[in-house]
Ligand binder design. Sequence first.
Ligand SMILES: [Zn+2]
Ligand SMILES: [Zn+2]
Length: 285
Amino acid sequence: MLKADERFFLIDCGEGTQMRLLKYGLNPARIHHIFISHLHGDHVFGLFGLLSTLGMIGRKVPVHLYGPHALEELMQYYSRFFGPLPFELAFVSPPENKNFIYESDKITVTAIPLKHRTPAFGYLFREKDKPLNVIKEQIEAYGLGIADVVKVKRGEDFINESGELIPNSRLTYPPFHKRSYAYISDTVFDPGLAEIVKGVDLLFHEATFSEKDKKLAAQTLHSTAAQAATVAKKAGVQKLLIGHFSTRYKDPLQLEAEAKEIFINTVGVKDGDLYSVPLKRLSGE
Ligand SMILES: [Zn+2]
Ligand SMILES: [Zn+2]
């Protein structure tokens, strides 16, 4: 689950998603956008149950569902066997071109084509350009009204009641950087992905296998922990999260250690972990 722009975005919906939402105090009614990477069970088996629950708790507003074309077909089976949902299911499949699959006034989401055994997409969430920050003390000191603050945030100077011009630089400090999060699962090792997720703050990359099972990773179109770290390093991301570990490994820390040898700022994630991307001021102040 990603929280951005005061909205919750559910990214993939494996079996047990509802139980996890409940366990971690996340209200499913707050989900408006669901992004599905691909139609393998571990990414989609929880969808029917979750949508059914939303219907039962009286949802009326649409749920926006994003994913490969076949997802729309899958949802037709829901209607056929379990009756229509009492809310609209608005389906969007990643476009062929590079346009955003989702856009609000604050963020954009881009679909990232992945190489897997079935059509698959990663998703890149990125904040848009942000306005200048107004220094709180100066609002009071110079008597700025709400409309003035809006103008100053856009970079305008302020003229007070006595006609004195207060330069914008005295009222503001630089905008915060545009935070970004990329989700890549499932995929075979693809160094080309580094270009797409270049410089993101937080990258989740699947790491199904250990390096010793590299062949198996290639055969099943999955990645090893070291390969995930290689993409992160090449992309120059701030932090790498790895997961989607094969159950054959008793100790996922082993995979984390393998990744850390290549990219030190790696964390092997567990259910319930919470990661946030702190706001940073843009340089130039
Ligand atoms: Zn898969
Ligand atoms: Zn998977």
